[in-house]
Design a protein around this ligand. Sequence first.
Ligand SMILES: NC(=O)c1ccc[n+]([C@@H]2O[C@H](COP(=O)([O-])OP(=O)(O)OC[C@H]3O[C@@H](n4cnc5c(N)ncnc54)[C@H](OP(=O)(O)O)[C@@H]3O)[C@@H](O)[C@H]2O)c1
Length: 225
Amino acid sequence: MSHTYFVTGSNRGLGLEFVRQLSRRGDVVMGSVRDVAQVDAGAEHAASLVPLELTDQKSIDSLPERVGDRSIDVLINNAGVSSDSSTLARCDAAELHRVFSINSIAPVLVTRALLPNLRKGSRKLVVTVSSQLGSITNNSGGSSYGYRASKAAVNMLTVSMHHELKGEGFTCVVVHPGWVQTDMGGPNAPLKPDESVGHLIRLIDRLTAADSGRFFNYDGTTLPW
Ligand SMILES: NC(=O)c1ccc[n+]([C@@H]2O[C@H](COP(=O)([O-])OP(=O)(O)OC[C@H]3O[C@@H](n4cnc5c(N)ncnc54)[C@H](OP(=O)(O)O)[C@@H]3O)[C@@H](O)[C@H]2O)c1
């Protein structure tokens, strides 16, 4: 049975790989990108493209106008950015705001904007791509101040969404995709996008409401907060 997915940041990296793999198996995919005109709408990018700038609340709030009243079964909050804030000296306020805006706040606002569509869906599933760098327990090395904190924040926000929405049958989880060869992960990462996303789709396929509020590694194991 095919499902309808909404994937943010679908023009490159893991987002594009989600679009490729889901479309290939017959799912319907809507993908958000910042600039639709710049996307090579080739055969492999089968998603219907929706413009969305995650640092612009107006762009997020007007998303329902562009999506319409169609049902969405699974939302994948994938888009994210890394940060230059590697040391205290580099923790510039504007930079921290930027990273939190995209990595932490936007997934909540996008979920809120698409709630009517998700309520009509058969899975009511919200998957937010976090990072194991957001695990406080696993922070043995420091650095990456903004990135780590923004992912820890989105983990907390996801657990709060889980508690608010579980009564309606929603499943809200955060996932770590592994260290992956994308623009963000760089060429030395051990995983290729197709491997990471293949694992994540198998995980997403088997998620149920009993999994809501959890933090998963791409291989399906649980990560510590
Ligand atoms: N790769 C890894 O090793 C790794 C590890 C752990 C977690 N993650 C997480 O996995 C997710 C995907 O990462 P990736 O490796 O695929 O990164 P990527 O290749 O750098 O792609 C990032 C995506 O996010 C979009 N994006 C960035 N800023 C945006 C904004 N302001 N508004 C709308 N879209 C925006 C980008 O669009 P543009 O092209 O327009 O910039 C792009 O589509 C992220 O949440 C990341 O934190 C990745």
